[in-house]
Design a protein around this ligand. Sequence first.
Ligand code: PXG
Length: 468
Amino acid sequence: MTNPMHTPSIQELDSAHYLHPFTDFKDLSGRGAKVVTRAEGIYVWDSEGHQLLDAMSGLWCVNVGYGRRELAQAAFDQMLKLPYYNSFFQTTNEPAVRLAARLASLAPKVGDRSFNHVFYSSSGSESNDSNVRMVRRYWDLLGQPQRKVIISRHNAYHGSTMAGASLGGMSGMHAQGDLPIPNIVHIDQPYYLDKRQEGESEADFGLRSARWLEDKILEIGPDKVAAFIAEPVQGAGGVIIPPASYWPEIQRIVDKYGILLISDEVICAFGRLGYWFAYERFGYKPDLVTFAKGITSGYIPLGGVMVGNRVAEVLIEKGGEFNHGYTYSGHPVACAVALANLDIMEREQLPQKVRGELGAYFASRYAELNAHPLVAMAQTCGFVGGFVLVKNSTTLERFAPDLSVGMVCRRFCFENGLIMRAVGDRMIVAPPLVMTPTDIDELMRRIFLVLDLTQKELQRLGWLSESL
Ligand code: PXG
């Protein structure tokens, strides 16, 4: 099972041939990648036998946990029956059809915004490219081709393709690719800790930050704006949970100007926030919903867009041929795995658990982190959580960004059997939805341990006073 002798040769081949995503290739090649060899439940193991509690569910995706034989069986059976066929030339396949119907039945109907159609891809990035194509086509078909601009938010993550990275608001990505592509603009994110004014309540901040959308629409000209895209809770940007007043005000604004609302739920759907789709948690009415990751719990790539009736009716009734699609749109094996994954989630009532007692237990245990002198604003929303590492938890004094305190903390995580992500000075988690209360206790024990070690290290480095 574990063969420590093997690790250096894998690492050598890795650095000789494998260019990793979002990685400084030379730096990694110097230190050697951690070789992850197996996983079960909420734990992964590396090639040296270390066990790590995976509080990131892989990359926000392994919602039902690792080692689910049913998902392997579904893939095996489907591969033998029909491993692949396309849906381009007036053909279809049963898993893709069944999954589309199942998704339509799971998506809550809100007014005229019901969801009866699905467009498939293999990833969140591709799905957001499809969104750009559908949004543009929609306005063209309605005789408003000048409506081209899609508004997004700084620090958003919408993928890594040209359109996905442009929709995203990551400055590092824009800088390397001459992005964004034309007609994509950004407003600020609703991050209370960073953007609040002196004495401003969270509720007031929620309204003010939503109105940055209205300001931008008026600046561009309302007749030129096609859509607004946002994650219900910003994930890769650091688990930025918006104030409760934010989404209702966004809804008022998109309705006032008639622009389309795209909810990018690649992270937030499929139980992550306690609902099948996250817009239900916040009560807004999107026209398009991006999904990926949790649809198959990451066991096999699959993504897509839930297309609401407002858009679908125009594309179907007026559109003629839609010149867009992927080889793997509606891949039968991926769709069969997704169906089996939804079966597990339904049978084990994972969304209900996350929005019920289990989510409440996680929220209350996680909030205990606020008592730690290094921590501020520890908060969860469903099964995502984040806090800020601060110099002083009373005054909320921050560390200088160039100290990379998050990376110091993350090093202790790895050394102490915990996978927790650092985003600047924020530490974030998105644990598998199958965590039991005992697992949550173990997660908290490990987080407190790494915080104590981080505190000692920051004091040793002289970045933190000894008196805390
Ligand atoms: N939208 C959102 C909201 C995402 O979180 C994508 C789109 C793109 O999905 P694909 O399947 O094309 O990767 C994502 C992906 C991180 C991290 O560092 C997050 C993602 C991907 C890679 C890294 O937290 N989210």
